[in-house]
Design a protein. Structure first.
Length: 198
């Protein structure tokens, strides 16, 4: 299947040219557990402004024909929002030396093809090539062990992230808000960071 796919890269303001495709993909993938995201295009476009306005932000996306089926983003932590920077600032870590990885999303039928590794390779290489970043990070939602909508047999991505060299750091946590499925108003979610030196 991978030989039928095409790949694009966008930086900073260029990301604006695919914001509709990226928004639709984020809404589709994050609807599933553990994010349970009740997304809207309005919410998405507001969120993605941060990336479009950051010169060193990076998008790598996968298309099957005219449809975006996978995408990943990253951005200097110093260009991210206050809630993302907060745990690093409070821990007196050097925000200017950290690259933050946003989403890494694939439609279910395109998983298992090695694209998840490709997404991490692309982001890590982008951060390294800029020359002055020493670590990268991302965060994942913590729904606890007994959430009522947790599917039977659910397996988190922890093993994959550990294989990629990332370490979960419970001392770095923040709160993000979005509406859960069936909700209109955003509610608070606990997010835990994973970090890696590059």
């Amino acid at each position: 299947m991978t030989d039928q796919l095409t790949y694009i890269q966008k930086k900073g303001p260029e990301i604006g040219s695919v914001v509709d495709d990226l928004s639709q993909l984020r809404i589709a993938v994050f609807h599933d557990y553990p994010y349970l995201y009740e997304g809207t295009l309005e919410y998405e476009k507001n969120y993605l402004k941060t990336y479009i306005q950051a010169e060193q932000a990076f998008l790598f996306a996968v298309y099957d024909g005219a449809k975006m089926v996978g995408a990943t983003t990253c951005i200097p932590l110093k260009d991210e929002t206050a809630e993302v920077q907060k745990p690093f600032v409070e821990a007196s870590l050097q925000v200017d030396s950290v690259f933050y990885f946003g989403e890494s999303i694939l439609l279910p039928e395109y998983r298992g093809l090695g694209l998840g590794h490709r997404f991490f390779d692309e982001r890590e290489n982008h951060a390294r090539n800029l020359g002055h970043y020493t670590s990268c990070c991302f965060c994942s939602v913590d729904r606890g062990d007994n959430h009522c909508l947790k599917p039977a047999g659910y397996r988190p991505n922890d093993a994959f992230w550990l294989k990629r060299g990332y370490k979960k750091d419970p001392t770095l946590q923040t709160i993000m808000e979005w509406p859960d499925i069936g909700e209109v108003e955003p509610t608070s979610k606990n997010m835990i960071f994973w970090t890696k030196s590059i």
